[in-house]
Ligand binder design. Structure first.
Ligand code: ZN
Length: 453
């Protein structure tokens, strides 16, 4: 077997060398060798090393008393404290004043960890957290002092002061509450400020995956305030805030959806995929059947299908928003329309690329650019001689109203350009959003990893 702890890796010799140079408390000395030995708290490591040094120097003095040994013991005792101070007094009859720890200034102690843990537990209770993580913010100066000492040792075996506080406080919280820390997606993160020993809490939002429907018109997506006045009486976001804010005792509810309908467009059929973000909740465990009851019946309705992650929101905003959507439009043609013209329309829009300059109606809000999207299929149903219904399957992001009107030639081709007659969009509904992609992803993202301390 290979002897890995050779003379150059004699931990007692290294500790003795370091203590001749720096005053260190048990925690900070032990931390330099944190990765040696398993399941030993750093303060025990540190005290054990100091005990071993005490025994070593005791045997040396017994063998041969010398001025150098007396001087060394004096320095070691003032840098390390017990049990070296006791040995010094035993041999030389004088008390030694012990210096404060070079790294932590004697801040670290079991008692401090206990106090910090009690405060953290209060936050866990306040936010009804079922998982947590402890974080520590620390000054560069402390980190620098720590590195100065650690670089003189087997750096590979040391751990950071941050880590010790996080782990020790985390362990106490776990043991007292039975709540496991979660390194992946904790309900709350309690951040300890090393300087003030104060704490702040970061409450992770609850993310819920679902779909919504909008069966009424004149409803905006988010609250739309113009010159201090609400432009529309109601919004989808208000609906979620009205129904869910209270049960979660949350600050507010934010809606993330894959695209959005215009104010006057309904969302029916498959529903639009969404993620609901519950910000700063004090209650986290709400039964999903209760949620779905709260979200039923109204001009907006929704179902919650499960929990979501940030990745879902990203998917909604990127890939999913480009996926195909199906619309139903009620189209009005002043000059009248006959069935043969509708046939032409269906034929022309079979797998057809459409170029659109930013619609005039939103030019004030958006920069002008050319957008290219595909229409896959148009199906028409005559309603009256000036009216027909069109079912349109197209890429997400295509401006449907402009596809119909032509927007004064800014969208090409359009119903107007193909028919040679001005067409108007009287009503528009979204009836289908491709959602398979998102639903596949639910399974991938719901496994939460618990890492043990
Ligand atoms: Zn220390």
């Amino acid at each position: 077997m290979k002897d890995t702890i050779g003379e150059d890796k004699d931990v007692v010799a290294i500790a003795r060398k370091i203590l001749r140079q720096y005053p260190l408390c048990n925690h900070c000395l032990g931390r330099l060798f944190a990765k040696l030995g398993h399941g030993i708290p750093n303060e025990v490591r540190g005290y054990s090393l100091k005990t071993a040094i005490t025994m070593q120097i005791h045997s040396e003095i017994m063998e041969k008393k010398s001025r150098e040994l007396e001087e060394e013991l004096e320095i070691l005792a003032s840098n390390a404290g017990e049990p070296l101070t006791r040995l010094y007094k035993y041999f030389y009859g004088r008390e030694i004043e012990v210096k404060k720890c070079f790294i932590c200034n004697n801040l670290l102690s079991r008692r401090l960890f206990e106090e910090l843990a009690s405060k953290a537990i209060e936050y866990l209770r306040e936010y009804n957290a079922s998982s947590f993580l402890i974080g520590v913010s620390i000054d560069k100066e402390v980190l620098y002092r720590e590195l100065t000492v650690a670089s003189k040792t087997m750096l590979e075996y040391s751990e950071s002061i941050k880590n010790e506080i996080k782990r020790e406080v985390g362990k106490i919280v776990r043991d007292k509450t039975g709540i496991e820390p979660d390194f992946d997606r904790p309900d709350i993160v309690v951040i300890i400020d090393y300087n003030s020993l104060g704490m702040r809490v970061v409450v992770n939002p609850i993310l819920l995956l679902g779909k919504y429907w909008k069966t009424g018109r004149n409803i905006s997506h988010t609250i739309w305030v113009s010159r201090g006045v609400k432009k529309y009486p109601y919004s989808i976001e208000e609906f979620f805030n009205d129904r869910l804010k209270e049960v979660f005792d949350a600050e507010r509810i934010v809606l993330h959806a894959s695209g959005r309908e215009d104010v006057d467009v309904r969302m029916i059929g498959t529903g639009r995929p969404m993620v609901i973000e519950v910000k700063n909740p004090r209650f986290r465990l709400v039964d999903s059947s209760l949620l779905n009851e709260l979200l039923s019946n109204g001009v907006v309705e929704a179902v919650i299908q499960g929990s979501a992650s940030r990745k879902h929101i990203e998917l909604l905003k990127t890939e999913l928003s480009k996926k195909q959507k199906i619309y139903r439009a009620l189209v009005y043609v002043e000059e009248g329309i006959d069935p043969s013209e509708l046939e032409v329309l269906e034929k022309e829009f079979r797998d057809r690329v459409v170029e659109q300059l930013t619609p005039k109606r939103i030019l004030r809000r958006k920069k002008e650019r050319l957008r290219t999207r595909r229409v896959y299929e148009v199906k028409t149903i005559p309603v009256a001689n000036k009216l027909f219904e069109a079912i349109i399957r197209a890429d997400g992001g295509l401006y449907i109203k402009e596809l119909i009107t032509g927007d004064d030639g800014r969208t090409n081709p359009s119903f107007t350009s193909v028919l040679g007659k001005q067409a108007y969009c009287l009503e528009l509904d979204v009836i289908g959003v491709e959602i398979a992609l998102l639903e596949e992803n639910i399974l991938e993202n719901t496994s939460i990893q618990h890492t043990r301390l």
